[in-house]
Design a protein around this ligand. Structure first.
Ligand SMILES: Nc1ncnc2c1ncn2[C@@H]1O[C@H](COP(=O)(O)OP(=O)(O)OP(=O)(O)O)[C@@H](O)[C@H]1O
Ligand code: SF4
Ligand SMILES: [Mg+2]
Length: 335
């Protein structure tokens, strides 16, 4: 079946005084209907830029160079602003990264849900009021809190309310940018449980942006790992996290605690991602990769599948089983 969202060679460049920053470089991945796709990677790797480009809400300084980005066969990049507006909220909704910016501090929360229903969905006030109460119920907030202001809500409640707003018009796709990052682990799980339950019930497709691989393990069906603007590994979560083929993914799985069990030893990946003003030649992970070889800096590895539904962009992907054994040793990552 054709995926709901099919991103092909998406490239997004920001104009800056220092020169163009290629925040996303030829990224390709698909979002099947009814699945949760985790978009994961360290800060600055381009996750928010991907989500914003899909949603059509990039800053003026951004230039979208690649594509197409197909949503039910329509290229989102080539839509007019009017066509895009017609899709937003009704077909696809966005939960922005700064958790709290989804909610306007000066309006009551219930009122904000009603506005989406009335202004964007053409519902009557009465219908909107009833629907807002129903949506609160769905995300597990007492409908008596509809008249509260955002500052009266806890972080977890604000995020549930953002989910309620995103789901108000029953979109097919939700792009949620770091929806649980600011929350403690228990509340993270509660919010993810709400999102998962509604996603299954409404047969939604979700792109869940996170820097935390344990959130992917907990809540996602598929995963797309990004590094320095590039997609470096994709596949089903169980497969990719059990048998990562890219050393960066191997490193990420060591670097985060498990959401469900007590943490083992956490081993950070030393160093930081390269500047996207002038990315290194060859594999962009090479300066931090414990398995780098001369060929790695000579040319960039393409994203290739293993013949199944699992792709990685690493010259040594064929050796992954042996590399995984080394990657599990903390010493491998220490310089
Ligand atoms: N408006 C902008 N102008 C110039 N550069 C930008 C702009 N927004 C983002 N960037 C740069 O683009 C790159 C990707 O940023 P993006 O916000 O997409 O990353 P991210 O993966 O969402 O990171 P984070 O985990 O910190 O949210 C970074 O190098 C960032 O500095
Ligand atoms: S291509 Fe080389 S440097 Fe890049 S991840 Fe693979 S082994 Fe490491
Ligand atoms: Mg971001």
């Amino acid at each position: 079946m054709e995926p709901l969202l099919d991103i092909r060679d998406l490239t997004v460049s920001y104009r800056t005084p220092q020169g163009p920053v290629r925040a996303v470089d030829a990224a390709s991945f698909a979002v099947p209907r009814g699945e949760v796709v985790g978009l994961v990677g360290e800060s600055g790797c381009g996750k928010t830029t991907v989500a914003r480009a899909v949603m059509g809400v990039v800053p003026r300084s951004a230039e979208i160079l690649g594509g197409p980005v197909l949503f039910e066969g329509r290229d989102l990049i080539r839509l007019s602003e009017r066509e895009r507006r017609a899709l937003r909220w009704r077909e696809m909704a966005f939960i922005p990264q700064t958790a709290m910016s989804a909610l306007d501090p000066v309006y009551r929360v219930g009122r904000q849900i009603e506005e989406v229903l009335v202004e964007r969905g053409g519902r009557s006030r009465t219908v909107a009021r009833a629907r807002a109460a129903e949506l609160f119920g769905l995300v597990g907030i007492d409908a008596r809190r509809l008249d509260d202001y955002p500052h009266q809500f806890s972080g977890g409640m604000k995020q549930r309310a953002s989910i309620a707003i995103a789901l108000a018009l029953e979109p097919k796709l939700v792009l949620a940018d770091e929806p649980v990052t600011a929350l403690d682990v228990i509340v993270q799980r509660q919010v993810l449980d709400v999102l998962k339950a509604l996603q299954a019930r409404m047969h939604l497709s979700v792109v869940l942006v996170t820097h935390d691989i344990s959130v992917v393990a907990y809540a996602c069906d598929r995963v797309v790992v990004m590094y320095a603007g590039r997609v470096v590994e994709t596949g089903r979560v169980a497969e990719v996290l059990e048998r990562p083929r890219h050393p960066y993914t191997m490193g990420l799985t060591n670097a985060f605690p498990d959401l469900e069990s007590a943490a083992g030893e956490l081993v950070p990946i030393e160093g930081s991602p390269p500047s996207l003003l002038d990315p290194p030649r060859g594999c962009r992970f090479a300066p931090r990769c414990p398995f780098a070889q001369p060929r790695c800096t000579a040319s960039e590895p393409p994203l290739l599948t293993d013949g199944e539904d699992h792709a990685a962009a690493c010259w040594r992907a064929e050796e992954a089983p042996a590399l995984r054994i080394q990657a599990a040793e903390a010493a491998t990552w220490r310089r």
